[in-house]
Write a protein that binds this ligand. Structure first.
Ligand code: GP9
Ligand code: MN
Length: 708
């Protein structure tokens, strides 16, 4: 004890003590207050050590001060400031299940106004431990149990400590990036950044990013907006008279098929269809399907797809728009338009944690009224895989929320089971389906989870029919992006009846096709359209089917059914596809044959014009989003979305309250059904449904490695 007392009475000892104490406090927060998800051994080790680096760096600044009347106050100031940051995050996390961004702290964020008066109610008994050490240290200093050490360390030694900290930070980032590629580049979830790099590094990184965003936005002007508007106006495609309004007033049910590519449609393996139900939909007379529809996502993958579909603008060239700009951007998105123009209620059903892709914040700016995330479902034990609740359970367990929504509604189901690494418990596997034997487990397993997804859609459709929702709805089904990455396409070649030896970039580009189907029960003009289009085109197409004009909005896509639709599909990489030519990395292929083409002078001109169009489209979309230009534009009749109007807790209670208030005027399925639930109409063969949950009802995030 004495020895220890003597040690902490030296400057190095005092410094070491503070480092260890702060480390312990951070671990306290990690284990009791934050939910960083399940961890593998490696992840656990990274999390355990990650508070050290930044703590050493910060506190070592004190070591540069020679006089003890500066050394002690400075080092304590950093210590207290870091504790404040940690503690604010603890409190904030209790309220929002998220970490504080710089924008939130400075009050710049529109989504979360930061901590409110009620935050005090969020304190806990064990919070004492975040502060107790400071009081004890000060007292020990006061009573000379810790003595001031007059001997300064010397700049060399101080610098050595700082260097150790910086080295440790570098190592931390390296190991983190290795275990979680593109952790910082994609920033898909703040929780992951804290889990791997700690609160300080997260805050520092966020500060850099917000500075960048801030400077981009500051210089923005209205005339830049006008430039964008001029471009989108000049591309506007007028609706197709035959189809305009054919789904007017109907519920809209959007089903996001995770990682689902077009080649799965009508695909047979060992004589068996992989997705028999989706195939039957694809060929149905009430389905308006597309065979040359491409995804257009970048690094933001699912979130980019969501943005493309619901705002008709592109994601960013780097990172995810949802994650980087979603907290503050002005959106004029599908939920807001439908609510304001046609009185729709709006909801998302998704079995992953709300913070993933920053959805908990972005959805408020999109004007989603309800977000039923993992916390609304029992995701325990075998009920979920890497990215959350299994699809069959998502559809089944959402009925209790869906039936209380006022109609018409616009709802989105984001599935997850068909996600890399395509894992499925054996009890969920259909024993009568045998998959490929390519030797590439990703490819082989992909067909198994796609088959499972097909079955879950089939069960959901059976419920829609039984409950009567089917006839009153338009169902939009789309694949968000590739599931098999380019590096694995060669293993896929034989399954597609091609040879891996002659595989080209063109083949990779063609595989970026994903399904798009509009199912409008009761109509019979449906067919498979061969029009070329991309995800950015969905919103104007859908709005026109609902009889809602789009001319007033800034949208980069155009109605796929319109005769004026330009069939130029821009990829985020600036490659592109038209019915005639495909451009990949500057090489031009014939879209029909896949052969490279020698261009005549005239052809060269038209190819250059396509490239110019694609560049312009992407540049203007980026400028719109990066500079937040929509804040300068309010379309006719549009009320700006106020994120603080939205809150996603107690969703069901809110639905019921509205039902009660509307009384006999309530249009929810539940009310229409004589105030009886329709959950009993749902039948699923999901084996998990009868298991009682044993472990805690927390989402199991088991190292869901990204596959790009
Ligand atoms: C996570 C899910 C997957 O919630 O949407 O996102 P992805 O990895 O496909 O972008
Ligand atoms: Mn996805």
């Amino acid at each position: 004890m004495k020895k220890l007392g003597r040690f902490v009475s030296t400057r190095t000892g005092f410094f070491a003590m503070l480092v260890v104490l702060f480390w312990a406090k951070t671990l306290l927060a990690y284990t009791t207050d934050f939910n960083l998800g399940d961890t593998s051994f490696i992840e656990g080790a990274i999390t355990f050590f990650n508070p050290l680096a930044t703590t050493i760096i910060l506190l070592s600044i004190g070591l540069y001060f020679k006089r003890s009347r500066f050394f002690y106050p400075v080092i304590m100031m950093f210590y207290v400031a870091n504790t404040v940051l940690l503690y604010l995050n603890v409190i904030y996390y209790r309220e929002f299940t998220d970490f504080m961004t710089v924008a939130t702290m400075t009050g710049y964020s529109k989504v979360n106004q930061g901590l409110s008066g009620s935050s005090l109610a969020l304190t806990n008994v064990h919070d004492l431990f975040y502060w107790l050490d400071i009081v004890v240290i000060l007292l020990l200093m006061l009573f000379k149990k810790i003595k001031f050490d007059p001997r300064a360390l010397g700049h060399r030694l101080a610098f050595a400590f700082t260097s150790i900290g910086i080295l440790a930070l570098g190592l931390n980032i390296m190991v983190a990036e290795f275990s979680r590629p593109q952790l910082l580049g994609r920033t898909f979830d703040r929780t992951y950044i804290v889990k791997y790099l700690g609160v300080d590094t997260f805050t520092g990184y966020d500060l850099l990013k917000s500075q960048h965003t801030y400077s981009m936005r500051k210089s923005a002007t209205k005339s830049q907006l006008e430039k964008v508007k001029k471009f989108t106006d000049s591309n506007y495609a007028k609706p197709n008279d035959k189809l305009y309004g054919i789904a007017k007033g109907r519920n809209v049910i959007v089903i996001h098929l995770e990682s689902f590519q077009q080649f799965l449609i009508d695909r047979k393996i060992n004589g068996q269809e992989v997705t028999p139900f989706l195939n039957s939909l694809y060929h149905s007379k009430s389905t308006y399907a597309f065979s040359n529809f491409f995804h257009q996502v970048g690094q933001g993958k699912t979130s980019d797809a969501e943005n493309l579909l619901e705002t008709s603008t592109f994601g960013l060239s780097q990172g995810s728009l949802f994650a980087t700009l979603g907290n503050d951007n002005t959106f004029e998105a599908a939920p807001a338009i439908l609510e304001q123009r046609a009185g729709y209620s709006t909801a998302v059903f998704h079995g992953n944690v709300a913070s993933f892709w920053n959805r908990n914040n972005v959805y408020k700016n999109l004007a989603y009224q309800y977000f039923f995330d993992a916390s609304y479902y029992d995701t325990s034990g075998d009920k979920s895989t890497g990215y959350g609740l299994k699809d069959k359970l998502l559809f089944a367990d959402s009925v209790k929320y869906l039936e209380h929504l006022q109609q018409p509604f616009y709802v989105k189901y984001i599935t997850v089971t068909n996600h890399f690494p395509y894992e499925l418990d054996s009890e969920d596997k259909d024993s009568s389906f045998t998959t490929t034997n390519t030797g590439n487990t990703t490819v082989d397993d992909y067909f198994v989870t796609a088959h499972y997804l097909d079955q879950s859609i089939k069960e959901f459709f059976a419920y829609l029919k039984k409950s009567g929702l089917y006839k009153k709805s338009i169902i939009v089904i789309y694949g968000d992006h590739y599931g098999i990455s380019n590096s694995e396409n060669k293993s896929l070649a034989s399954v597609l009846g091609k040879s891996s030896s002659s595989w080209t970039d063109y083949d990779n580009a063609m595989l970026q096709r994903v399904p798009l189907m509009f199912i409008i029960p009761g109509t019979n003009q449906g067919k498979v359209y061969s029009t070329y289009g991309g995800e950015v085109d969905v919103l104007p197409t859908l709005l026109h089917l609902l009889g809602i004009s789009t001319k007033r909005y800034i949208m980069f896509g155009t109605d796929l059914f319109s005769s004026q639709h330009k069939q130029v599909v821009a990829f985020r990489s600036r490659d592109w596809v038209t019915p005639k030519y495909t451009s990949v990395n500057g090489t031009i292929y014939s879209t029909k044959t896949g052969k490279t083409v020698k261009l005549s002078k005239k052809q060269k001109k038209s190819v250059e014009a396509y490239q110019e169009f694609v560049n312009k489209e992407l540049n203007l979309s980026d400028s719109l989003n990066e500079k937040n230009l929509l804040r300068f534009y309010t379309p006719k009749g549009f009320t700006k979305v106020n994120a603080s109007d939205y809150n996603y807790s107690n969703g069901l209670a809110k639905e019921k309250k509205i039902e009660k208030k509307k009384g006999t005027k309530s249009t929810s399925l539940y009310s229409e059904n004589g105030n009886k639930s329709t959950t009993s109409l749902y039948s699923t063969d999901a084996p998990e449904i009868n298991h009682s949950s044993t472990s805690s009802n927390r989402i199991k995030i088991t190292n869901p490695d990204s596959n790009n």
